[in-house]
Design a protein around this ligand. Structure first.
Ligand code: CA
Length: 676
């Protein structure tokens, strides 16, 4: 189910404060699931062996189970239906067929509580027919692009080195101005040399030029809402309505009816990005399913995979009609094994967990530690909140406030987001970067990545009231993402009546705060070319005319794009912005004393002591969110000017100053550097 609640689900940090919400507990209804036998083998559902094709379905309470074999991915009757045999010790049903059934399709069907359930491709279908109703049997080795064995994503030493670019396949390529042939497809990002009408790079070349290290792609597993058999309808959806978690979405392939095409083309995209030095992060939504009774979880093991209330009704921490139960062994293993599968088979470099706090911290810790064994560069982060109450005890939830209980997991900082641009629930609300006083301390919380800092008074924080991160590598800083208004739309609404040049200045300031803050910076695709969504805040199913990025903006807003390019280059060249421990930040990041009552919307701080091995001895960052210029006192020295009045030079070549009384332009950052 996708509705307004979905939008809430993605944005509202409700139930985030442990002090307010009492710890709830598993319902009596759900207690019975704990006694189910579980199966930890990795051969669930399908394995193709040298002389046989074997099926094993986990369904501990079924009275009968069959597997149906088909020649076709969506039409016709089964050519064979096989009764499966039960193993009570582990709750699985199995069947074996001689030979390798490549090219065939299958479904399972169980009989339980006196009735046959609907057919299901199971929960482990790794490729599927059109619209995902039948699982496909394919030879995965034959889907590998040339050079796949040697394919590898970028090495990540510290997660604060990552620069995330969040994108949707259609947003990037559907607009005619993209110059991309495979519009809305995985293959869009394999096309080199694509240009806007003004002759500027688009697609993968644009990403390289911008300098981001990773793309985070909105859901690319098989989701429910787009009819893959009618792609000419050009239906748009973000994809937060999971159907088959382990198969790629068909509408992003050039032929959804060919189960190999979606697999091969997704791998080709990954390889092209890796060849460009860019990592690929998958947006994963294990927290709920698109359907309740009709979900593949429910059709294979009724009740088990979701949480319920005492009266047996579906618990709904996702705001989408249900929530899954990571605290049960078979679901825990499912999530861990599923991300491992994507990392192994598709060489995925990171995972962004939607509504991560529906999952328990133990599951998330296992996710991170198991992925690390495959590739230590894999980056895992998520939304540290839920969209409603859950039977899972608050202290077990993978909440933002619980991030320090997790290892190698980061959470989004809604603190910085709302403080910089104004609250997301009120389009006209302004923030620090647009001149609204009272956000200074919360911006500082973002700057120090929510770690303990002697000069930050967490009690004055707008959202969180304590330093919840033990390390900057636990924090993702951002000012906008696919949810809510784009930064451009937010500025247009909240700064209505001011000239566009002020909005562009505020956009630069807002993003400067993200890119100079400790933690991992995250940006939404198209912000660098002042992309809007025509004021639509919840565009999850809006047409391409709302969602697609107009690449002619790149010429129109060339100055803004060049500034963003400067921000990525500055961050990459200077480890001082990428410290790796709370102790380093507390020692090296020093705020200048400014009384925000007398001098609001002004923050000044230094990164000292060649922080984190930086070649610069000291970097001064001064942020002025006011509509007027401000004067600040900077200590004497041979300062190089790195950024000033909407210009940026990562090398510090904008000129020099001896310090003293300096002017900071309205809505702008002044960044200075001392070499020695
Ligand atoms: Ca689909």
């Amino acid at each position: 189910m996708i509705n307004l609640a979905r939008f809430m689900a993605l944005t509202l940090p409700i139930y985030a404060l442990t002090a307010v919400i009492p710890a709830s507990a598993q319902s009596d209804y759900d207690a019975k699931f704990l006694s189910y036998p579980t199966y930890s083998g990795t051969d669930l559902e399908l394995s193709v062996n040298p002389s046989s094709t074997d099926f094993r379905l986990w369904s501990p309470k079924a009275d009968k189970a069959v597997v149906n074999l088909y020649d076709n991915g969506h039409t016709g009757k089964p050519y064979q239906t096989i009764d499966m045999k039960f193993d009570a010790a582990n709750g699985t049903w199995s069947a074996s067929v001689p030979g390798q059934l490549y090219g065939k399709f299958y479904t399972f069907r169980i009989f339980q509580d006196g009735k046959w359930r609907d057919e299901t491709p199971g929960i482990w279908a790794k490729s599927v027919g059109v619209n995902g109703k039948r699982a496909a049997i394919i030879d995965f080795a034959s889907t590998n692009p040339e050079g796949w064995d040697a394919d590898k994503g970028p090495e990540v030493k510290n997660f604060s080195d990552v620069i995330v670019y969040e994108m949707h396949h259609r947003d990037m390529s559907m607009h005619p101005s993209s110059g991309i042939a495979n519009k809305g497809k995985f293959l869009a990002l394999t096309e080199a040399g694509t240009l806007s009408p003004e002759g500027l790079s688009t697609g993968i070349d644009h990403l390289k030029e911008l300098g981001v290290t990773h793309v985070h792609i909105l859901p690319s597993y098989d989701y429910n809402s787009v009819d893959e058999a009618n792609l000419q309808m050009n239906t748009y959806n973000w994809g937060y309505d999971p159907q088959n978690y382990n198969a790629p979405e068909g509408s992003y392939s050039t032929n959804p009816s060919d189960p190999k095409a979606r697999v091969r083309e997704m791998k080709e995209m990954v390889k092209a990005l890796h060849d460009a030095g860019i990592g690929v992060i998958m947006d994963v939504v294990y927290n709920h399913t698109a359907e309740n009774e009709g979900s593949n979880f429910e059709l294979t093991a009724p009740g088990y995979f979701h949480r319920h209330r005492n009266d047996g009704s579906w618990s709904d921490a996702s705001g989408c009609g249900n929530e899954t139960a990571s605290d049960r062994k078979q679901m825990h293993d499912y999530i861990v094994n599923s991300v491992k599968y994507w990392a192994d088979e598709y060489h995925i470099d990171g995972f962004r967990f939607d509504l991560m706090a529906i999952h328990d911290t133990e599951t998330m810790n296992d996710v991170a530690s198991e992925l690390k064994k495959i590739n230590p560069s894999i980056f895992v982060y998520g939304e540290g909140w839920t969209a409603g109450d859950s039977p899972l005890a608050v202290e077990r939830r993978a909440l933002k406030e619980n991030v320090s209980k997790m290892k190698d997991i980061a959470v989004f900082s809604d603190d910085l987001r709302d403080a910089v641009k104004g609250h997301y629930t009120d389009a006209r609300d302004r923030g620090f970067a647009t001149g609204k006083p009272g956000n200074e301390e919360t911006v500082k919380i973002g700057i120090v990545a929510a770690t303990p800092h002697p000069q930050v008074d967490y009690k004055k924080g707008n959202n969180s009231k304590f330093p919840y991160a033990a390390s900057p590598e636990m924090i993702v800083n951002y000012v906008s993402c696919h949810d809510d208004l784009t930064l451009t739309d937010k500025l247009r609404k909240s700064m209505e009546g001011e000239p566009e040049e002020n909005m562009l200045a505020a956009a630069k300031l807002a993003q400067t705060i993200v890119f100079t803050s400790q933690g991992t910076p995250f940006m939404f695709a198209g912000e660098e070319v002042f992309r809007d969504k025509k004021g639509v805040h919840n565009s999850y199913k809006s047409p391409d005319s709302i969602n697609a990025i107009d690449w002619s903006n790149k010429a129109k807003y060339a100055d803004l794009f060049n500034y963003y390019k400067g921000l990525t280059a500055l961050r990459k060249a200077h480890p001082a912005f990428r410290m790796t421990s709370a102790q380093d930040i507390a020692r090296n990041l020093v705020f200048d004393k400014i009384d925000s009552k007398k001098e609001p919307n002004l923050i000044s701080y230094s990164l000292k002591n060649h922080a984190n091995g930086d070649e610069w001895k000291e970097i001064k960052v001064i942020l002025n969110g006011n509509s007027t210029a401000k004067t600040v006192d900077v200590k004497k020295g041979d300062w190089k000017i790195v950024a000033s009045d909407g210009k940026i030079s990562p090398e510090g070549n904008l000129g020099s100053t001896k310090g003293g009384k300096l002017t900071v332009a309205p809505y702008s950052a002044l960044i200075l550097a001392l070499e020695k």
